[in-house]
Design a protein around this ligand. Structure first.
Ligand code: FEO
Ligand code: CA
Ligand code: CA
Ligand code: CA
Length: 605
């Protein structure tokens, strides 16, 4: 059984059993510590977390809420330290603030929430003795590179849609300066040493789309999920830019991939319009052989699409100021594509149950459909600026394949194959919605699947690709599941894949969000080639109500972001859904957890 430590190199640990414990449970023989949690000081002058005395000024210097994507970057001149970058996706006011009244939100609460969104850059230091592998990790407050980026930090819009009338507001007649980033979910670390972050469900911050009467504007808003009145957080009461009747273009300034240079705390972060505007889960980069950057990104919505961008310019190696400045423009010039996938089995063999077709695999081919390149549009009836700003509408016209919520994507550093988490789609084949196809083979898909995409000639700039479903998730006892053909009695149950990452051996690691099997979410490793290909093994589980995010799997440590612990129906500050991490009587705090091998050593070796 999978309880034994055998498995691929890097995955030799005893799998953690599914559970509902209100704790982070790690594989036997591993230790853990909390590196940093919501409210911990990041910047000089920030106070320690005090839930009874929260202020916007304090929060602006403290670690934000709901950590998601994580990146760990080297600090070459301080060898015991690294730079941790974290996304702060959203705020959960009802569990953050004592006595929170959603009808009577205060300016201070709103400004705290603005400051709790965005990103953090914070140095981290190994506490173990010099030279020891693994060990606990602590945040270094007040390090000179530490930085908070919030919902009010100035960003520059770059690329072909920057300066467009579609991006101008009364506060920014240039269409090039935006305050803040919102709903930063997953992301990526670039080969040139910067961090990308996806603005995902930005629609939830914009009020009163229902009062817009112009039919074109209304349709554009609706395609991005904006059609209602007041928002849940009521930010529109405190800043007109969150009211689309007053500032109709402000929502167009969110839904981008942002890039941050974590080594320069004074740099202005950018939003890259060339990568299109949608609910970017994140973005991950692969280089062509001649050094062009290819950015892959999923649009996390039921029946939405998978995209890629191929840069025109090549990356310059090295760390000079000139090279870094050049590389930060790579994502501004190039071509944006969306994916169309075709199955190779007769449509009649795909019945929505997940039963494998006669050829034994859900697989097929596909093409990348060109949407726009620089100022040129390839979509009938849309200008290039419209393609970039209303990318979903462009991809609808182009006939892209409707997927089961494309979440995080990651190319294998060994094979170059791209792994795409498709988290679930309860609406597939339900009512008038698109029915199952070979790439999304289960109707009312509760547990999701993982797609493997192989570019033609292994060239990420190719316009053709092959694909197969690597995993069809769920309880292995469920006949609709598939684990690359590995014997099902030797795999861990897995549901709702969200973030994906690779370890140094080339194993895929998957974190989950919304486990529909009745147990808590967790982190899983799986080999993508060789004898153990498809053997999914659970490495850790997270507390009640939490989602597992941002996995980083290095040779000697694993980092996860524990997002929204205690997020269960009816939870409030006074009645939290979990006691993690600080115990009873304290609010839940999203936090980064570090896991290492007891006594030190390689993970899963
Ligand atoms: Fe924020 Fe798609 O997960
Ligand atoms: Ca097939
Ligand atoms: Ca996610
Ligand atoms: Ca998710």
């Amino acid at each position: 059984g999978h309880g034994h430590g055998r498995g691929a190199r890097g995955l030799r640990f005893d799998a953690v059993e599914p559970n509902t414990a209100d704790a982070v449970t790690v594989a036997d023989g591993y230790d853990q510590n909390v590196v940093i949690a919501w409210g911990d000081p990041v910047l000089r002058g920030a106070p320690a977390f005090d839930p009874a005395r929260q202020t916007a000024a304090a929060q602006a210097g403290q670690f934000g809420y709901n950590n998601d994507f994580l990146a760990l970057l080297p600090l070459r001149w301080e060898r015991d330290k690294q730079l941790l970058v974290a996304n702060h996706e959203y705020t959960s006011e009802e569990v953050m603030f004592p006595g929170y009244d959603p009808e009577n939100v205060t300016r201070e609460q709103v400004e705290i929430a603005w400051a709790a969104h965005g990103m953090s850059v914070v140095a981290v230091e190994e506490e173990g003795r010099w030279g020891r592998r693994g060990g606990s990790l602590r945040a270094v407050p007040r390090h000179p590179l530490n930085r908070r980026i919030t919902a009010t930090t100035e960003f520059e819009l770059t690329g072909p849609a920057a300066g467009s009338d579609l991006l101008k507001t009364s506060a920014d007649p240039t269409g090039r300066r935006v305050l803040g980033t919102l709903n930063n979910c997953a992301g990526g670390t670039t080969p040139w040493g910067t961090v990308l972050s996806g603005e995902e469900n930005f629609n939830q911050y914009f009020a009163n789309a229902g009062a817009v009467t112009d039919p074109v504007a209304k349709q554009r808003l609706a395609r991005y999920g904006m059609s209602g009145g007041a928002t849940q957080r009521k930010w529109e009461r405190f800043d007109d830019r969150f009211d689309v009747v007053k500032e109709p273009q402000e929502p167009n300034r969110f839904g981008w991939v942002v890039e941050v240079d974590p080594y320069d705390p004074d740099s202005t972060p950018v939003k890259h319009t060339a990568l299109g505007r949608f609910k970017h889960e994140g973005a991950s980069i692969r280089l062509t052989r001649d050094g062009r950057a290819v950015a892959y990104s999923g649009d996390d919505e039921r029946f939405d699409y998978l995209y890629k961008f191929v840069s025109a310019k090549r990356m310059v190696r090295g760390n000079s100021r000139w090279a870094r400045a050049h590389n930060m423009t790579l994502l501004d010039e190039g071509t944006l594509y969306v994916a169309r996938l075709t199955g190779d089995s007769p449509a009649g063999e795909i019945d929505g149950s997940g039963t494998l077709p006669e050829d034994g695999e859900f697989d097929g081919g596909g093409e990348w459909i060109k949407l726009a390149s620089g100022d040129r549009s390839y979509v009938d009836g849309m200008t290039a600026e419209e393609v970039y700003v209303f990318t979903r509408l462009a991809a609808d016209k182009a006939g892209a394949t409707k997927m089961d919520r494309p979440e995080d994507v990651e190319p294998s550093p060994n094979s170059g194959k791209l792994y795409v988490a498709l988290t679930n789609n309860s609406r597939r084949g339900v009512d008038d919605n698109a029915a199952a196809d070979e790439a999304n083979p289960r109707n009312a898909n509760k547990h999701g699947h993982v797609l493997e995409l192989t570019e033609r000639h292994n060239d990420p700039a190719s316009t053709r690709f092959g694909w197969r479903l690597f995993l069809v998730c769920g309880d292995p006892a469920d006949p609709s599941t598939y684990f690359a053909g590995f014997p099902k009695e030797e795999v861990s149950p897995i549901s709702c894949p969200d973030n994906v990452a690779f370890d140094p051996y080339g194993n895929l690691w998957i974190s989950t969000d919304g486990n529909a099997l009745g147990a808590n979410d967790g982190l899983f490793g799986v080999a993508t080639t060789g004898r153990y290909e498809g053997q999914v093994k659970q490495f850790l589980t997270v507390p009640v109500g939490a989602e597992t995010c941002g996995p980083i799997v290095d040779e000697d440590r694993v980092l996860v972001a524990v997002q929204h612990p205690g997020e269960v129906d009816g939870a409030s500050y006074e009645n939290p859904g979990s006691v993690w991490p600080d115990g009873p009587g304290r609010p839940n705090r999203p936090a980064v957890v570090n896991v290492w091998r007891s006594g030190g050593g390689r993970i899963g070796a």
